[in-house]
Design a protein around this ligand. Structure first.
Ligand code: MF3
Ligand code: CO
Length: 263
């Protein structure tokens, strides 16, 4: 069942998505060698709560933290721990949600820690661009498959792998609503996009093979070949005049630029 949102509901989703962007920026400011993913999770949780929202990932199907933090070969759903210490050259994907005024915001961003090999930087760049290619297809009259195909074709044209086992989703009063939004597929297939739909597009792209394994902690997904993977996610409303991106990556990018300038 796909729930179409009113303009008012879309604004409440936008408020959440902006808070998610601000939270990702706050986490990004603290990502540096020596910090643990548990400390980063605490920063996110405190920030979310101090802005009048709650972190709905806590307790979601038993998930134990406010954020998912996935380092290097971890693709998504990494559980923050005291033992996971960030080091120079890592890539760190942070995925988090807020719940406020009855609606959920959801976004993910992959951060580079200091000097990262150029081929890994390129993986981040291309994954973010794949998200933008998919977003350009998020308009009324298109189908979900138009988004999926755009993401897949762009990422694969660089020789990267597109993870099949996880996908984007509708967003609203619940973190996960219909429709599913795969990162691979065929143009002209899948559910029709209609005005008032809000979806999360979230490419998960691997530097090597696309195959993943699910770790025994019940959550963490990593690449089988242990090569790095990137993950960017944001929320888009389907409007009369085309895609309306509810998330604001520029908040995150300004924050990390400032950190890089002072350090
Ligand atoms: N925020 C994630 C998403 O993009 C959901 C994480 S699952 C959880 O869909 F259990 F950690 F919440
Ligand atoms: Co999501």
């Amino acid at each position: 069942m796909i729930y179409l949102k009113t303009d008012e509901e879309i604004e409440l989703l936008r408020e959440n998505c902006i808070l998610v962007s601000q939270t990702l920026a706050e986490v990004g400011r603290h990502i540096r060698p020596g910090v643990t993913t548990k400390e980063l999770d605490k920063i996110a949780e405190d920030f979310i709560r101090s802005h009048g929202a709650i972190p709905p990932q806590i307790g979601y199907e038993g998930y134990p933290a406010a954020t998912c933090i996935s380092v290097n070969e971890q693709v998504v759903h990494g559980i923050p721990t005291e033992k996971t210490v960030i080091k120079e050259g890592d890539i760190v994907s942070v995925d988090l949600c807020t719940l406020m005024k009855g609606f959920v915001g959801d976004s993910a961003y992959t951060f580079a820690v200091g000097e990262v090999p150029e081929e890994v930087r390129n993986l981040l760049k291309v994954t973010k661009e794949a998200l933008y290619k998919g977003t350009a297809q998020a308009k009324a009259g298109n189908r979900v498959g138009d988004i999926s195909a755009a993401v897949q074709e762009y990422a694969e044209s660089f020789g990267y792998g597109v993870v099949r086992e996880l996908e984007g989703h509708g967003l609203g009063r619940k973190m996960h609503e219909d429709p599913g939004v795969p990162n691979y597929g065929a143009r002209g297939r899948g559910p029709l996009l209609k005005e008032g739909m809000v979806i999360c597009i979230e490419p998960m792209v691997t530097m090597g093979n696309k195959a993943v394994v699910f770790e025994r902690d019940g959550w963490t997904v990593r690449t089988r070949d242990r090569k790095p993977a990137a993950h960017y996610e944001f929320a888009v409303a389907i409007r009369k005049n085309g895609p309306d991106v509810l998330t604001d990556f520029s908040i995150i990018e300004q924050a990390i630029e400032q950190v890089n300038m002072v350090s």
